[in-house]
Design a protein around this ligand. Structure first.
Ligand SMILES: Nc1ncnc2c1ncn2[C@@H]1O[C@H](COP(=O)(O)OP(=O)(O)O)[C@@H](O)[C@H]1O
Ligand SMILES: [Mg+2]
Length: 393
């Protein structure tokens, strides 16, 4: 069918043509926004799940909901080895700028920007001359607030002040943190402490996170009370009916349809993983000559789609691994698709556990594997073991 009208959107963070199967999460977030705006105690949400299940997309949908309610919003994507100070400053700058035109007391905004500037100036890189000027804040730097150099204190003060600006307008501020498992350890603890403080004084600001399945354990390792701060929501593959909606709703808007057997075949291939649903849907659309799409079309498209995934989705990640890391992952893959004990991986490699742990640790840091439970290890990418087993050694 006409490739120009192909509605499907495989790609990291790509907005899907239909956000299928997430009504419950969207409704939950609606309640969170409502309660926070009213100053009610509420835990923020943290989305966790494997790669390609739609965490980023859902986070973006949450952001749209907050914007709809005239909240100020900002978003960062955490990176290992990068302090959150600068990114958070940038995100809050954006959030408050969204509110500024409606605020009746411009001096309150300027006051906040002065504090923000001071907060930024505490960044080690800003001290070297870059940074502060980049935000283009032309108010004088404040003194004695959010500028201690201790991230926990500074974040608490900055977030409190941002919340106060939003409270003037009876709205809130939502700060979104994607790839939250990558926030450096000291920063995680500062962030949790700041959220804790905010939740106690009822300021209308929430930090909404998304990350890999082990994010809850990263947060609780840092602050034991993190379970009381965040409501962890597991984002999983789509069930059959949601996967069908993800394919059918966009097709029908283009006047096309799928035969039931085609949907069966697509569900078997994509296994409900949103990324795969988009990838198989996209190639199938292009392969099909006419509507309705048949199982025969899917049979032709599936190997092509698998080939594209092998390069883009799996291959790009495999490339990031060193030879020793690849060997480690191959041993994992040889042991099956369930989480495997790390001791067994070492066994499979015929090595001592201590000699393979550097490879394991660097793979965790690269976000390719995660520790699902103590002593167990699993791939963060669905079907990765299957992919590795088809790769020549
Ligand atoms: N609920 C959904 N319904 C249909 N497609 C979705 C859904 N959520 C995500 N997708 C698609 O899945 C892919 C991966 O989404 P993304 O948010 O990047 O996943 P993650 O952040 O979990 O790795 C994108 O192509 C997106 O369009
Ligand atoms: Mg993502």
């Amino acid at each position: 069918m006409d490739p120009v009208r192909n509605p499907y959107a495989p790609g990291a963070g790509q907005r899907p043509p239909e956000l299928a199967g997430r009504d419950k999460e969207l409704a939950q977030f609606e309640v969170v926004l409502e309660r926070v705006a009213k100053g009610r105690p509420e835990r923020s949400m943290v989305l966790t799940g494997l790669r390609g299940v739609g965490k980023t997309v859902l986070l973006n949908a949450f952001r749209s909901m907050a914007i709809q309610r005239l909240w100020g919003t900002g978003k960062i994507e955490a990176r290992p080895d990068q302090s959150v100070r600068r990114p958070i400053a940038g995100a809050l700058h954006l959030a408050v700028r969204e509110l500024a035109p409606r605020h009746r007391a411009p001096e309150r905004i300027d006051e906040f920007l002065g504090v923000l500037k001071a907060f930024m100036a505490r960044d080690p890189k800003a001290a070297k001359g870059s940074g502060v000027s980049q935000l283009g804040i032309d108010v004088p730097m404040a003194r004695g607030r959010a500028d201690s150099g201790d991230l926990e204190i500074d974040l608490t003060e900055l977030l409190t002040d941002a919340a106060a600006v939003a409270a003037d307008l009876s709205v809130g501020i939502a700060l979104f943190i994607d790839e939250m498992q990558d926030v450096p350890t000291p920063d995680v603890s500062a962030l949790c402490a700041a959220c804790h403080e905010l939740s106690q004084n009822g300021g209308p600001l929430i930090v909404v996170g998304a990350g890999l399945p082990h994010l809850p354990s990263v947060l609780s390792a840092s602050k034991s009370y993190s379970e009381r701060l965040f409501r962890y929501v597991t984002i999983d593959r789509l069930d059959r009916s949601a996967a069908d909606v993800a394919l059918l709703a966009p097709a029908r808007r283009e006047g096309a349809d799928f035969q039931a057997a085609a949907l069966d075949a697509l569900y078997a291939a994509a296994d409900g993983y949103p990324y795969f649903v988009q990838a198989y849907g996209k190639v199938t659309w292009d392969v099909a000559a006419t509507s309705p799409v048949t199982a025969g079309d899917v049979a032709v498209a599936a190997p092509l789609a698998a080939g594209e995934l092998a390069v883009g989705f799996f291959g790009s990640r495999y490339e990031r691994a060193t030879p020793a890391e690849r060997e480690y992952m191959r041993a994992m893959a040889a042991l099956g698709d369930e989480p495997v004990p790390t001791a067994q991986v070492a066994d499979e490699l015929g090595r001592k556990p201590s000699s393979v742990s550097p490879a394991r640790d660097s793979l965790i840091k690269k976000g390719l594997i995660y520790s699902s439970e103590r002593g167990l290890i699993a791939f963060t990418v669905p079907h990765f073991g299957r992919f590795l087993r088809t790769q020549p050694g």
